[in-house]
Design a protein. Structure first.
Length: 207
């Protein structure tokens, strides 16, 4: 039986712009650039610790949160370009796979969840390996965006990380360049670009 693909992703970092343009135009791929960014511990120490009003609470990760956090990740990811690069972001089931199976036991106590009352509205996933922390995903549910909560949650998570683990020397993440709000947030907090990679995306949804 012939297998029909609905989505193709190619990630490249060392091809010339001419070759990338040829692949894009010849095969109708979309080019989405992503940046690998990093911040040193010393710069995190200089960030002011944000203060939340009494309506909000921040809690560490618990496995019991998996179903609601999977839906939360789908809610803030599905409208973004990240969902075009990684289609599992489009559904709660896909995000459950991301959280449970892809991140798995690497989800640590450093992961922070923002609650409004009893409802989780934001999450900052953090993993630590060999004194280097990675932030594989971070976001705020759409109805609470535009209130400065994302910046507060992100800064709070960084500050708590270096408080809870004195051995962490730096934090790394990757961001889609066209996600201007997130990219500018990371830059303002002190993150610097290490490299860029182009994701060539083809989907039959747009063909």
């Amino acid at each position: 039986m012939k297998e029909i693909y609905s989505h193709v992703r190619i990630e490249i970092s060392d091809l010339s712009s001419q070759i990338i343009d040829y692949i894009r135009d010849k095969f109708e791929f979309r080019v989405i650039a992503r940046a690998a960014m990093t911040i040193k511990r010393m710069l995190i120490e200089s960030i002011s610790t944000p203060v939340f009003s009494s309506d909000y609470d921040i809690k560490p990760w618990k496995d019991d949160y998996l179903p609601t956090i999977a839906q939360l990740v789908a809610d803030y990811s599905s409208p973004t370009l990240d969902a075009e690069i990684y289609p599992f972001f489009k559904t709660a089931d896909g995000c459950r796979y991301l959280v449970k199976d892809m991140l798995g036991e690497k989800i640590s106590k450093y992961t922070k969840i923002l609650f409004h009352g009893e409802k989780p509205i934001g999450v900052c996933f953090i993993q630590v390996d060999n004194n280097v922390a990675q932030i594989p995903d971070f976001g705020i549910t759409p109805e609470f965006q535009g209130k400065g909560l994302g910046k507060k949650l992100f800064a709070y998570s960084l500050k708590e990380l270096i408080k809870e683990d004195e051995n962490v020397t730096e934090v790394e993440l990757a961001v889609t360049i066209e996600n201007i709000v997130a990219y500018n947030l990371y830059k303002k907090l002190g993150f610097e670009e290490k490299s860029r990679i182009n994701a060539l995306i083809w989907s039959n949804e747009s063909s």
